[in-house]
Design a protein around this ligand. Structure first.
Ligand SMILES: Nc1nc2c(c(=O)[nH]1)N[C@H]1C(S)=C(S)[C@@H](COP(=O)(O)O)O[C@H]1N2
Ligand SMILES: [Mo]
Length: 328
């Protein structure tokens, strides 16, 4: 589709800064430089069918034969899907560096064996290997928007299964109110985790009601293949009505609890990043506007939409919660 660049509401790229800005100014500048170079390269992007540099690793993935899965047409996006290579070369994955060019470094991530722990307020705690989990669910493709709190966005064809299916396997007790989701914690395969000032492991959470919502999706693949490591293989969340940092990558633990999890970014900077983090163009980040977003792979900005355009699915989850900081 045609994306108009309207200079009037166009926000300076430099006004939106990575989550880590307050921590390391120098890393910030490096990240921004990398970002603008990649954005400039958009018009030279290779055709969609070209081999991506990480294709061999995906063919070696034991789940490779499960892909592609049929697309679920209930989830539609009136925008082009972001080119696979562009998307896979512009990531946030602090375990591999606090900048966008982590795709090479992320190849150090070892995704087999991969055990997932289900614990806390459940009928029976258990551990399950990713391939056993994949055998228990049915995979489908969903094209979803993704809106990063840094005011860039993309459209990804994720493959996976509803988070609700995992909740059903876990059999939570009625006292459980939240699911905490944690990324692996293995500094030997994630150099970023040696940065001791971050509160590893990366932690996120949803209420059980949010997790049971149709939109909440466990991602195991993308672009018709097993998920690339830099996108958070072998299992990550997609909660597309929330800012991207909620969509935790490379999960190895789900804890059902009655206490609201204190998430990674809340722990790092609670004044800027809260638990709910629902997308809302009218609630600015303390350091920049959220009114528009830069579309990855283009030079255009488009207006941001409340709940990232998914209000019909999720708005009712927040009825009666006006007192909460729902939008940051
Ligand atoms: N474990 C972990 N998960 C993470 C992050 C991270 O740094 N570590 N970054 C988050 C942020 S800020 C965004 S925008 C998305 C980026 O996903 P992508 O790189 O697949 O586009 O992952 C989210 N999940
Ligand atoms: Mo993000």
């Amino acid at each position: 589709m045609l994306i108009k660049v309207r200079k009037g509401w166009e926000l300076q790229e430099s006004a939106a800064t990575p989550e880590s800005a307050f921590l390391n100014r120098r890393q910030l500048m490096t990240g921004l430089a990398a970002g603008s170079i990649l954005a400039g390269m958009g018009s030279f992007a290779r055709p969609a069918l070209a081999e991506v540099p990480w294709a061999d690793a995906q063919r070696d993935d034991p789940s490779f034969p499960l892909y592609p899965a049929a697309r679920n047409l209930r989830y539609r996006v009136e925008r082009d899907i972001t080119d696979e290579e562009t998307n896979g070369k512009y990531n946030n994955f602090y375990e591999y560096g606090s900048h966008k060019e982590i795709w090479r470094s992320a190849q150090k991530l070892k995704i087999r064996p991969w055990e997932i722990r289900i614990e806390g307020m459940v009928e029976n705690e258990f551990t399950i290997g990713i391939d056993d989990l994949l055998a228990k669910v049915s995979l489908e493709e969903r094209v979803y928007r993704h809106r990063c709190v840094e005011a860039w966005s993309m459209v990804a064809p994720w493959t996976g299964f509803p988070l609700r299916a995992l909740v059903e396997l876990a059999k939570p007790l009625s006292s459980a109110k939240y699911i905490e989701m944690a990324t692996f914690n293995k500094p030997e395969m994630a150099p970023g985790q040696r940065q001791f000032w971050y509160p590893w492991p990366y932690l996120e959470g949803l209420t059980i009601a949010e997790a049971a919502n149709d939109l909440a999706f466990m991602v195991t693949g993308a672009y018709g293949k097993p998920l690339a490591k830099q996108h958070g293989a072998p299992l990550r969340l997609a909660a597309p009505w929330k800012y991207g940092f909620k969509s935790v990558k490379s999960i190895d633990r789900f804890t059902f609890t009655d206490k609201r999890p204190k998430t990674f970014w809340e722990e790092v900077q609670g004044r800027e990043y809260g638990f709910w983090a629902n997308v809302n163009p009218e609630v600015p980040h303390p350091r920049w506007s959220q009114a528009t977003e830069r579309v990855l792979g283009t030079n255009g900005r488009i207006p941001t939409v409340i709940y990232n355009g998914y209000g019909e699915f999720v708005a009712q989850l927040y009825d009666g919660m006006e007192g909460e900081r729902l939008f940051m």
